[in-house]
Design a protein around this ligand. Structure first.
Ligand code: PHE
Length: 445
C-alpha cells in the first residue's frame, strides 16, 4: 500500500491522545484505592520512584521503537529484531496485540458499567425512574446492552482515523475530564468529613515501606497506568513525526498521568470519608473498600444521600469515568486495527469492524463466565503481560536492535555522553530492576 500513513497533526494532539490512553480507570479508581490501602503518602512516594526509574523508561522504549519504525507494533518489532530474527519480533508483536484484546475484554465491560451509571442520573432527571434504577443495578441484560454500546463508541472514533478520530476526540475529551475532576474535588472538599480523608491520603505511613509488596503493587499500578506493554503507546509513537523528541514527550505524558492519578486520590479518598460521615460503611477489615463495591455501591449511595445536587454529582462523576475509559480503549483498539490495515491490507473500516467483533466476543465470553474469567484475565494482563513486554522492550532497545537505533549507534554515542548514559541505563539497569521485581511477583503468588 503506497498511501501515506495517517499521523498526529501536532505535538499537543499527540500528548493529549497518549495521555488519554494513560489516564483511565487505573488513575481514577485504581490509584486512589491502592494508595489508601498501602500507606497513603508512602505509596505515592514509592509510586513516583518506580515511575521515574522504570515505568517512564519502559514507556520511552515502547514509543521510541514505534517512532523509529513508523509502523504498527508487529511490523515495528519485526524491524527492530531484524538482526536477530524477524520472527521473534513478529511473535512478540502478536503477543502484545493479544494483550491489547485481553485488556479490552475486561476494560470495556467495566467501561460499560460506568456509562450505564452516567445515564442513570440523566434518566432520573427526566423522570424515567424505572430506567434509572435499571441502569444503576448490575445485571446480565445491562452488560449485554452496554458493553456493545461502548465498543461502538470506540469504533466510531477509531474508524475516523488517527488525526480526525483519535487526536480530535482526545483533544476534546481530555480538557473536559480535567475540568470535571477539578470541579468535583472542589465540591467534595467542602463536605463534612472530607478533611479526614485528605489527611489519610497525604500523611505517609512509612512503616509500610518495609513491605516488599508495596513496590510490586506500585510497579503494577505504574505500568498499567501508563498503558505499557500492549503496543498502544508504540502505535501512537509511530504516528508521530520520525525522530521527534520522545524523551520530552514521555515526560509530559508521565507528568499528566501522575497528576491526574494524584488528583483522583484527592477526590476519591475524601469522598469515602464524607460517606463515612454520613454513616456508610467504608472500611472492611481495617482497609478501605476498594473494589467494585466502592464505585458502584458506596458512591451511588453517597450521591443519593446528598439531596438534589447528588444526581448532578453522580452524572458528572460517571461521565468523567466514562470519558477516561473511552480514551483509554482507543490506543488498545488501534493496535490490531493498524496491524490489519498495514500488514493484511484491510480497509480501515473493515479492520475496525473485525476488531470490534473480536473484542465483543471476548467480552461476552467473560460476561458469561464472569466468576472464573474476569479476575483471571485482569491478573494475567497486570502481572504477566505488561511486565514481560516491558522487559522485552528494554532488551530490544538495549541489545537486539542495531540499525537505525540511535542508542546503539557508536559514533553518535561517542559524541553525546548523555545519550550514552541513557542507553546504558536502558540496557543494563532497567532489565535487571524489572526482572527483580517480576521474579518477586512470581514468588509472592
Ligand atoms: N492506562 C489505562 C488506565 O489507567 C489502562 C490501559 C492499560 C490502557 C493498557 C491501554 C493499555 O486505565
Amino acid at each position: 500500500m503506497s498511501t501515506t500513513r495517517d499521523s498526529f497533526q501536532s505535538r499537543l494532539g499527540f500528548i493529549l491522545a497518549a495521555a488519554g490512553s494513560a489516564i483511565g480507570l487505573g488513575n481514577i479508581w485504581g490509584f486512589p484505592t491502592q494508595a489508601a490501602n498501602n500507606g497513603g503518602g508512602a505509596f505515592v512516594f514509592v509510586y513516583l520512584i518506580v515511575t521515574v526509574l522504570l515505568a517512564l523508561p519502559a514507556l520511552y522504549a515502547e514509543m521510541y521503537i514505534g517512532n523509529q519504525a513508523q509502523k504498527n507494533p508487529v511490523g515495528a518489532l519485526q524491524d527492530a529484531c531484524e538482526d536477530v530474527s524477524r520472527n521473534l519480533g513478529k511473535y512478540a508483536g502478536l503477543f502484545g496485540l493479544l494483550g491489547a484484546i485481553l485488556m479490552l475484554s475486561f476494560y470495556t465491560i467495566v467501561a460499560g458499567w460506568m456509562l450505564a451509571h452516567a445515564l442513570s442520573p440523566l434518566m432520573e432527571l427526566i423522570g424515567f425512574t424505572d430506567a434509572a434504577i435499571w441502569l444503576g443495578e448490575s445485571s446480565h441484560a445491562r452488560n449485554l446492552a452496554f458493553t456493545p454500546v461502548f465498543i461502538i463508541l470506540g469504533a466510531l472514533i477509531i474508524n475516523q482515523g488517527v488525526s480526525k478520530g483519535i487526536e480530535r476526540w482526545s483533544s476534546r475529551l481530555m480538557p473536559i475530564l480535567f475540568v470535571l475532576l477539578i470541579g468535583l474535588i472542589i465540591y467534595i472538599l467542602q463536605q463534612p468529613g472530607a478533611n479526614e480523608g485528605v489527611a489519610m491520603y497525604l500523611q505517609p505511613d512509612f512503616s509500610q515501606l518495609q513491605d516488599p509488596m508495596l513496590i510490586i503493587s506500585a510497579m503494577g499500578q505504574a505500568f498499567f497506568s501508563l498503558s505499557i506493554g500492549v503496543g498502544g503507546m508504540m502505535v501512537y509513537g509511530s504516528y508521530m513525526k520520525k525522530n521527534a523528541n520522545m524523551g520530552q514527550l514521555v515526560i509530559s505524558i508521565g507528568a499528566l498521568d501522575t497528576l491526574i492519578a494524584f488528583l483522583a486520590g484527592l477526590l476519591i479518598i475524601p469522598t469515602l470519608f464524607v460517606a463515612q460521615h454520613l454513616g456508610l460503611e467504608v472500611f472492611a477489615d481495617g482497609k478501605l473498600i476498594g473494589g467494585p463495591q466502592l464505585i458502584f455501591s458506596i458512591l451511588p449511595t453517597l450521591f443519593d444521600s446528598m439531596g438534589d445536587i447528588g444526581v448532578y454529582v453522580a452524572l458528572v462523576f460517571f461521565s468523567l469515568m466514562s470519558m477516561a475509559a473511552l480514551t483509554s480503549t482507543l490506543s488498545s483498539t488501534e493496535v490490531p486495527v493498524a496491524y490489519l490495515v498495514e500488514d493484511k491490507s484491510y480497509s480501515r473500516s473493515k479492520a475496525t469492524i473485525l476488531v470490534s467483533l473480536i473484542v465483543l466476543t471476548a467480552c461476552m465470553t467473560i460476561v458469561y463466565n464472569f466468576d472464573s474469567l474476569f479476575g483471571l484475565i485482569i491478573t494475567w494482563v497486570n502481572t504477566f503481560q505488561l511486565p514481560i513486554m516491558g522487559l522485552f522492550y528494554f532488551i530490544v532497545v538495549g541489545w537486539i536492535w542495531k540499525r537505525g537505533n540511535q542508542l546503539a549507534d557508536q559514533a553518535l554515542l561517542a559524541s553525546k555522553p548523555s545519550l550514552k548514559l541513557w542507553g546504558n541505563y536502558l540496557r543494563y539497569v532497567c532489565p535487571i530492576l524489572l526482572s527483580i521485581v517480576f521474579i518477586s511477583v512470581i514468588m509472592a503468588l
